[in-house]
Write a protein that binds this ligand. Structure first.
Ligand code: ACO
Length: 319
């Protein structure tokens, strides 16, 4: 038995923050941000709008597209770095907001920007093994809450948003393989290192990053993960119809595609409009390419991501 995606959905908060808006907040320029990252604008959640609220909208759209009812969902795996609270999990809060009572398991996955890849690979194991029938897999982020808006080296890079898919049992090929990796020795290179102790935040609650190290590592491991997926399925790079990369930076995306020999016409990019939405970026890009008709039945699609940890991975599927 396979697991297959039968519905996708996404949601972006209404408020848009452009590079020109950022020029008024920190010492930066539209030109610098576009050239170094490809980002033009990003969406920012409203005050009080939580990761679960964004996830709810994206999930409703995915469930509608799948043609099922929320009550049919018997597994929720939600990837986020910006949960509503320490506990309970944002997955449990989402389950409640969807009105699912007496449901199957619901839990969060924390793998930062690789979160959706990790969540999808995990859901595939539940669904393809027959343990669950309909999984809701979500990536949702309110990164605007953990950015230092006076630090130009990080605040220009990220945005808020959510994406979701419904994964169901199928006799037809869907997810063909997944490949997950981590290298914890890099845990300090990209982090939001703060923690709560005695009711107070200890250390910085904001994102800290060694940009150049992240850049080089990302290109290397993304090429390796996608190649691993292609080889595992006895395919060639030319067999890939669509590459859906984590949307961190257009230069990382282009470098990876070039190393893989995949032309940019086959790469879905949203980083210009969304910025880096971490765990939400891959399902957001996937939903956009499904809804505008680019991704068609029986096509071969590879999703890939890399993020803090470091964590990275790829999922290869037949649409
Ligand atoms: N506006 C203007 N100037 C800036 C800004 C800014 N927003 N940020 C940094 N600069 C300056 C620096 O201070 C530096 O100035 P200096 O030469 O006077 O010292 C100059 O620009 C060059 O800085 P670098 O860090 O060398 O610039 P680089 O070309 O490496 O680009 C960037 C920086 C965009 C962060 C790049 O390293 C990158 O994309 N790294 C990947 C990081 C990433 O994607 N992180 C997201 C999370 S991880 C993930 O999702 C995979």
């Amino acid at each position: 038995m396979y697991s297959k995606i039968i519905g996708t959905g996404s949601y972006l908060p209404e408020k848009i923050l452009t590079n020109h808006d950022l020029e008024r907040m920190v010492d930066t320029s539209d030109e610098w941000i576009r050239e170094r990252t490809g980002i033009v604008q990003r969406h920012i959640a409203a005050d009080g709008q939580m990761a679960s609220d964004l996830a709810l909208e994206a999930s409703r759209r995915a469930i509608d597209a799948a043609g099922i009812q929320a009550q049919d969902i018997d597994l929720i795996i939600l990837a986020t770095t910006t949960p509503d609270m320490i506990f309970p999990s944002t997955a449990c809060i989402l389950q409640d907001k969807l009105g699912i009572s007496g449901g199957g398991p619901a839990f969060d996955v924390q793998a930062v920007c690789s979160g959706f890849i990790y969540a999808l690979a995990t859901a595939d194991m539940f669904v393809s093994s027959g343990k669950c029938r309909n999984a809701l897999v979500v990536g949702t982020e309110v990164y605007s809450r953990i950015l230092d808006w006076t630090d130009r080296t990080t605040c220009v890079l990220f945005g808020d948003g959510a994406g979701a898919v419904v994964l169901t049992q199928s006799n037809q090929p869907g997810i063909l393989s997944s490949h997950l990796h981590a290298s914890g020795s890099y845990n300090k290179v990209l982090a939001a290192p703060g923690n709560i102790c005695g009711g107070k935040i200890q250390g910085s609650p904001f994102i800290t990053m060694e940009g150049n190290t992240v850049f080089k590592f990302a290109v290397k491991v993304l090429e390796e993960a996608v190649s691993e997926a292609i080889t595992a399925n006895n395919l060639q790079a030319s067999d890939i119809d669509w590459l859906i990369p984590h949307q961190a930076n257009i230069r990382i995306i282009k470098s990876t595609a070039k190393k893989l020999g995949i032309p940019m016409e086959k790469v879905v990019t949203t980083v210009d409009q969304h910025g880096n939405t971490s765990a939400a970026s891959v399902p957001l890009a996937l939903d956009i390419a499904v809804r505008d008709g680019r991704i068609k039945s029986d096509q071969c699609v590879v999703l890939e991501g890399v993020g803090g940890g470091f964590t990275w991975g790829a999922v290869l599927l037949r649409w």
